[in-house]
Every structure is written in C-alpha cells, then in structure tokens.
Design a protein around this ligand. Structure first.
Ligand code: ATP
Ligand code: MG
Length: 283
C-alpha cells in the first residue's frame, strides 16, 4: 500500500531578512495523512519557522529543487489561501488569538472572513463550540475564560473552517496540567472524528507519547525522526541537543544499565510498571 502523505517538504531553506544563518537549512520530510507528528528541539531550532513556511506566513521563494506541498497542492503565491483553508494553527499565547467580543463571535470570525453566509454560520458556529465542550460559554467574553478554555475556543475557530491539518505551536505550554490534558484530549477527539492530521510542536516530552512520528530539530535541520520509541532510544543524541527523554525511557535505561533486563517491547510508563510488578511477583 502506498503511503498517503498530506505534507511533503523537499529541500526547503529559509533565512530571515538580515539574519546571517538560515533558520531552516535544506529540510526534507513527509507527514502522513491522519497521523500525529510531534516536533521537538531547543529554542531557536526552527520549529515555528517551518510551521510558518507550511501555511505560507513566510515565503521560502520558488525554485525548481525545493517545494512545499499540502494536500496535493504545491504552495505558491497563487495557492496560499487555498492552503491556509486546509491548515489551522493554534499558537502559544491564548490571549493573542481573540478578535471577537464573545466566544461565538470569535469562532465566527474565520467564517466571516471567508464570506460564509449568516445562515450557514448559525449552523456551523454552535457545532464547533459544542465540539470543544464550550457551549455554555458561547456568549461569554473570551477575556473571562481560563487559558485552557481560551485554547479550546481557538480550536473551535479552526474546526469551523474544516481544515485537514491542525498545528499546535506550543499551544499547551502556558496551561496548567488540567488545561493541557483537556486541550490535548479535544485535539485527539477532533483528529479521530474528522480524520485530521495533527502537528504538535512541544517542549513537553511526555506529550510526544501521543505521536505516530517525532521530528527532532536542531539548527534549522531535522536531526532525527521516527516513531517515539525509536527516537527516544537515542538518549545520547537527545542529551547532546539538550533535550530530555520521557521519564519512563530514562527509568528503563537506568534499569538496563544496572543489569535489569527490560525488553525493548516495553514502550510506555504503564507497560514498564506492569512488567516490573510481574518481575517482583516472580521472585
Ligand atoms: N522574525 C524573525 N526575524 C529574524 N529572525 C528570527 C525571527 N523569528 C525567528 N528567528 C530566528 O530564526 C531561528 C529559528 O527560530 P524559530 O522561532 O523557528 O525557533 P523555535 O524552534 O520555534 O524556537 P522556540 O522553541 O523558542 O519557539 C532562530 O535563530 C531565531 O532567532
Ligand atoms: Mg517556536
């Protein structure tokens, strides 16, 4: 079976005006339709820049060797709006994403911009707000909501546009643990319900457990990529890049280096706990 890649990035580079070094340096990768990809990397490694290139907020210029393709459409100045309808981005700061006076107005904003009729909007908006569990706040002022609720409203605004890809650029990093898990849960639900493709830039290493694929960036390049379990085995590389590995991976490694054999099939905290309990009961 051939793999259906919704995003194809080929040999893409980008240098900010006046910058000496490229922020993105000859990057190539694919993202499979319907998958969840986590992007990790230290500050300034190029994570946000690659996202801005994908939805055309930044322009890598056109040349024969490089391309950005989203949902089968090559990104050019002509197709940028077409592509933006397919890609919704939730940013880090919940307070910077509101334009409407009420939650409902805010969610309607993107539709209004796209010339959707009032009648259509009245159908779409309440559904999108319900999907993120915010119906009782439809008439509230966005400013009165918690950080997690604000991010859920931002997600509703994106869902209303019916995108194919949702990108979270550290969208949970300013939230408390409850807000964070609620937002991630909503995104997971939206992914399952609408077959969305998710790209999540994160500093929260445990969040990468949700991913099918992890991309690790450093100095504008992808230094390694793969399934979370294979990426997090590379503890030496990750440590060199100043990145932590998930807690259970670290425990597993420490046990292994103390001659306690943990099978490589153990790939989550829960599996590790179960395995250790079994070991203990066999003694
Ligand atoms: N608007 C800008 N103008 C000039 N240089 C920029 C601009 N935005 C980012 N850069 C530079 O480009 C490089 C990549 O930045 P980018 O914001 O993509 O990193 P990041 O991985 O998202 O970092 P963080 O984890 O801090 O969000 C950095 O060297 C940064 O200083
Ligand atoms: Mg960033």
């Amino acid at each position: 079976m051939t793999i259906d890649n919704i995003i194809k990035i080929r040999n893409v580079s980008f240098t900010y005006p006046d910058a000496k070094e490229p922020a993105i340096n000859n990057v190539t990768f694919d993202i499979e339709r319907g998958s969840w990809t986590s992007i990790i990397g230290h500050n300034g490694s190029g994570k946000s820049t690659i996202i801005r290139l994908i939805n055309g907020l930044l322009d890598a210029g056109e040349n024969a060797n490089s391309k950005i393709e989203v949902d089968g459409i090559r990104l050019t100045q002509k197709t940028v709006w077409d592509i933006r309808n397919r890609v919704g981005v939730v940013f880090q700061n919940p307070d910077n994403q509101f334009v409407g006076a009420t939650v409902a107005d805010d969610v309607a904003f993107g539709l209004e911009n796209r010339g959707v009729s009032r009648l259509e909007m009245m159908k779409i908006v309440p559904k999108a707000i319900a999907a993120v569990g915010m119906s009782e706040y439809a008439d509230s002022e966005p400013g009165s909501l918690s950080g997690g609720q604000k991010q859920r409203v931002a997600i509703a605004g994106i869902i209303a546009i019916k995108p194919k890809i949702i990108i979270l650029d550290e969208a949970t990093s300013m939230l408390d643990p409850d807000g964070r898990s609620q937002v991630l849960q909503i995104v997971q639900q939206m992914k399952d319900k609408y077959g969305l493709t998710v790209i999540a830039i994160t500093h929260d290493i445990d969040e990468t457990a949700l991913a099918d694929q992890v991309l690790v960036m450093n100095d504008g390049q992808i230094v390694t990529q793969g399934k979370p379990e294979s990426v997090f085995k590379k503890t030496k590389l990750l440590n060199e890049l100043g990145l932590t590995v998930p807690f259970f991976q670290q425990v597993k490694k420490d046990l292994q280096s103390n001659a306690i054999n943990i099978p490589n099939t153990i790939n989550s905290e829960k599996e590790l706990i179960n395995y250790l309990c079994q070991l203990n009961s066999k003694k």
